[in-house]
Design a protein around this ligand. Sequence first.
Ligand SMILES: Cc1cc2nc3c(=O)[nH]c(=O)nc-3n(C[C@H](O)[C@H](O)[C@H](O)COP(=O)(O)OP(=O)(O)OC[C@H]3O[C@@H](n4cnc5c(N)ncnc54)[C@H](O)[C@@H]3O)c2cc1C
Length: 401
Amino acid sequence: MLDLDICIVGAGSAGLTLALLLADSPLKIAVLDKDPAPELVAPSLKRVSALNQASKRLLSQLGVWQDLTSAAPYTDMKVWEADSFGRIEFSALEQGCDELGWIVDNEQLRSVLYSKLKSKTNVSCLFQSSILNISNSEQQNLLTLQEQSPILCKLLVAADGANSFVRQQLQMPIAFWDYQHQALVAQIRTTEAHQRCARQVFLPTGPLALLPLADPHLVSIVWSTSPEQAAELQAMPAEQFNKALTAASNSVLGLLQLESILNSYPLKMRYASEWVLNKTVLVADAAHTIHPLAGQGMNLGLMDVAALAELISQQISHQKPINEERMLRSYERWRKAEAQTLIAAMEAFKQGFGRQNPLLKLVRGVGMSLTDKLPFVKQKIMAAALGDSGDLPAIARPGVK
Ligand SMILES: Cc1cc2nc3c(=O)[nH]c(=O)nc-3n(C[C@H](O)[C@H](O)[C@H](O)COP(=O)(O)OP(=O)(O)OC[C@H]3O[C@@H](n4cnc5c(N)ncnc54)[C@H](O)[C@@H]3O)c2cc1C
């Protein structure tokens, strides 16, 4: 029997970051994942995420950021609506910072986090481990594993992603709705240089994002569209897809050409109504998933684990139990408030831009152009996108280098 303080299920960005945040504490921790360990290989850029300033501050504090060779900064953002005059632009210069955000390779982030964890004596990583059963009581959790010793832990953290096995096993209720969007993700070569500008066009069927990578002629696309159109686009020969993509992007980067395979992800909003059950707690995608149109899901999850680690560390310094219900509930209240704000904002965006009524389109166009001319409003929108607003964990607050 492995007797632990904390067992973290899921070695994604959230689970590994939590383990690293607590790695220098007196706690005995294990991270468990059903898949093999991430390997330190050259970034494939298969899946990337736009990370904000708050996430960068957190990962810098952990000594991880410095090793993220794939992190490509962007200094500008342009958002517009297809067939409309409505557009809004943001620049780092205008915000008084050097970058608005960074595009990071998801797998490289995991492998750097894991490589840092390997030297920590109080954290063990168990890969290719299958959980058979979880028994969750008011005192502790017992996990039975396939062909491995069982685990007893004071606190179980579910960081096992959108379809969380832990959440389902413990029957923790979840609200969800289908965004009726499929996200097509690929690397694209452009004839015009992207000039470190992240672009997003709202099409009648959904948003198309062009995220600038380190190569000035390479972008990662996230094309969220109806399942029917996604299936059609995926079935097209590359040449036909390139034409459709170039047209959808208004040729802002010249001719676009598929450089990788096209992956597709169904998009759902998920929100667990309870994030705490006895001595188990949900974090990141296990607790919430949002539309990727504002590139905030991973940022939100990283702040969840920073908040939880902060509260656990306070419990340790006050010599209180690390699984105290009062503390777990205060984590839940803190992070639910942040998640709810983003879920509502994403829904407003999706609903707002989904309506093609000409009058509504006109109002949106006027609204976007007006917003573009109002420095105060732009500042507010940008602070949220940079991750500088809201109730941030101490480690990610502005001013922390
Ligand atoms: C198309 C798309 C684009 C996105 N773009 C952005 C962006 O630009 N910026 C941004 O901030 N966010 C973005 N996101 C969101 C972001 O990808 C997620 O929020 C983030 O990856 C979630 O991290 P996680 O660690 O919670 O979960 P995951 O990355 O899903 O990790 C979960 C881990 O748990 C493991 N696991 C699962 N089940 C079990 C089990 N039964 N037992 C043990 N282990 C298990 C898995 O193997 C995995 O390693 C995007 C999402 C999508 C779909």
